[in-house]
Design a protein around this ligand. Structure first.
Ligand SMILES: [Zn+2]
Length: 212
């Protein structure tokens, strides 16, 4: 592993839960093995996925203007932009608020399930590789802030009813952050390498793993 601060290359041991590893040259933080292993992030991610599904199923907000009410769901925000000649922006909003969080919740849960029960599930390696790259494209938390700003601005013009979907999305984001705080991508790769039937495939693709 290369140190993020001083670039020193060093071989990192897998330490016991509750310990952290520091750079041997400059002493900066490299990774932490959280207490409780991956049970806690697994439970948090499962809760996050369920809330995320609810967030997609129920309206985020309902606007009532002169007796005409209109629901807004997570997917309909991007779709509305797409229909109003802002196709690229619509696709970007859909990708960052619906598709990316969905892949992150589903994919992380898949990888954690395989690692927890030591099963080399099909595609588990490519899923972890995908997860290592997709995180910058998850913007659900930015989306929440913009919804809140819009809520305040519109509250003078229309009656705004906050729907169950918005609470569920908020909960999903909090659980996702908590789950990520309790797991380390280095640790996941390390555990993946320890899976029984993965060894041969790993030796062939070890360059890709190191690049991640
Ligand atoms: Zn260093």
């Amino acid at each position: 592993m290369a140190c993020r601060e001083c670039d020193t290359l060093q071989r990192i041991p897998l330490v016991a839960p509750g310990n952290k590893v520091l750079c041997r040259e400059c002493g900066s933080f490299l990774y932490r093995h959280p207490k409780g292993g991956i049970d806690r992030p697994l439970a948090l991610m499962l809760g996050g996925l369920l809330l995320y599904l609810l967030a997609n199923a129920f309206p985020l907000i309902t606007l009532d203007i002169g007796g005409i009410s209109r629901d807004t769901t997570l997917a309909s925000t991007g779709w509305a932009l797409y229909q109003h000649d802002m196709k690229l922006l619509g696709i970007l909003v859909l990708a960052t608020t619906v598709v990316a969080p969905g892949i992150i919740f589903g994919g992380t849960l898949y990888v954690l399930t395989g690692l927890r029960w030591r099963k080399p599930l099909p595609g588990i390696r490519s899923t972890l590789l995908l997860l290592s790259h997709i995180h910058p494209w998850e913007m659900a938390d930015v989306f929440i802030i913009s919804v809140l700003v819009a809520l305040v601005k519109m509250s003078g013009m229309a009656e705004v009813i906050v729907g169950g979907g918005l609470y569920a999305l908020l909960g999903a984001i909090v659980l996702g952050i908590a789950a990520r705080a309790g797991m380390d991508i280095f640790l996941l790769w390390h555990m993946l390498e320890g899976l029984p039937a993965q060894r041969h495939a790993l030796e062939r693709g070890s360059d890709a793993g190191e690049a991640a």
